[in-house]
Write a protein that binds this ligand. Structure first.
Ligand code: KPL
Length: 319
């Protein structure tokens, strides 16, 4: 099977390394950065605990070199979704399966507004990964991945997606095809709404939010605002999203959230795709979401501080 992963970040590299374990998979990484692609090409390093594996993965910045693919995994940040798909046109045929993995919900609007080569499936994963360097990824814990289409598709497409779920599961990345992927997107959104921005504001690891009274109050309020929006939209989120968020905070206590990692690397954050997108939905429905508004304002202020001092568009390791 020819598999192309767009975006050599932590998750993209983890998927590439996992799927390349099977010799009959021809795995490619598509990177917008040709120099970096040349460095990664042919050798992707995967660290799992004390063990290191070298996987044969080709990398390029030129989708035409790869040609038509069976499976495309879009693993770029939300703001790069349109550019990622546009650069990948030579990969698509009517039978290509495209699965997009982004945090937050704003990519769903981007996808809905685009003229897409195929109907995309949406992915939500709890797999943990950290990028040590381009071409070197560390496995950060196994969690369930869910994939599914947002609307009805032909039975054959569903079967294709079932086969992709099997392929992932056989590569030690347990995966299910689900019929209600939007519920899972929102369940994860509420967790990120409660944790990510606050770790930036308090400059702390996830677990520290649990011992800071003020942060805990904001976490709970932000998630409850999100739950109200989800309910108004008819989305079935977990009955107690606050407990779920607190449990994930505890389980990932030593993690530096992806948003705080972005801030520390002076990269644009995903605040717009997470709390900002939630706020947009709340406003559209006439629901007040003062805590999320405040979180967006404060993270944007922090972000503006360092983006202002960087050359225009500068982004050290944009993936
Ligand atoms: O998804 C995460 C992120 O950092 O984006 C959590 C669950 C908060 C783990 O750090």
């Amino acid at each position: 099977m020819k598999i192309v992963i767009i975006g050599p970040g932590a998750l993209g590299s983890l998927f590439a390394a996992g799927l390349a374990a099977r010799a009959d998979n021809d795995v490619w990484l598509l990177d917008h950065d040709a120099e970096r692609a040349a460095r990664i090409n042919g050798k992707l390093l995967l660290t799992v605990g004390e063990q290191e594996f070298c996987r044969l993965v080709s990398a390029t910045a030129d989708a035409a070199r790869i040609g038509p693919a069976d499976l495309v995994l879009l693993c770029v940040k939300s703001r790069d979704v349109a550019a990622g798909i546009n650069a990948a046109q030579p990969l698509f045929t009517p039978t290509t399966i495209l699965i997009t993995f982004q945090n937050g919900i704003s990519h769903l609007d981007t996808l809905a507004q685009m003229k897409l080569p195929v109907q995309p499936a949406i992915g939500v994963t709890a797999m943990g990964a950290t990028l040590k360097a381009p071409g070197h990824v560390c496995h950060g814990g196994r969690g369930l991945t869910r994939i599914g289409f947002l609307s009805r598709v032909a039975r054959e497409k569903e079967k294709q997606l079932d086969r992709v779920a099997d392929l992932f599961s056989q590569a030690d990345m347990p995966t299910e095809r689900v019929g209600n992927i939007l519920d899972f997107v929102w369940a994860k959104l509420l967790v990120n709404v409660g944790i990510n921005a606050l770790t930036v504001i308090y400059d702390c690891a996830n677990g520290e939010l649990l011992v800071r009274k003020e942060a805990m109050g904001k976490l709970i309020a932000a998630v409850l605002e999100g739950q109200a929006v989800a309910r108004a939209m008819g989305i079935a989120v977990p009955a107690d999203p606050v407990s779920q968020t607190l449990a994930i905070c505890e389980a990932t206590a030593r993690n530096i959230s992806s948003m705080l990692q972005d801030v520390r690397r002076r990269r644009p954050t995903e605040i717009g795709a997470i709390n900002g997108a939630l706020l947009g939905k709340a406003e559209g429905l006439g629901i007040d979401a003062p805590v999320n508004r405040e979180l967006v304002r404060r993270v944007r202020m922090i972000e503006a501080g360092y983006l202002r001092t960087a050359p225009h568009g500068f982004c050290p390791d944009r993936l």
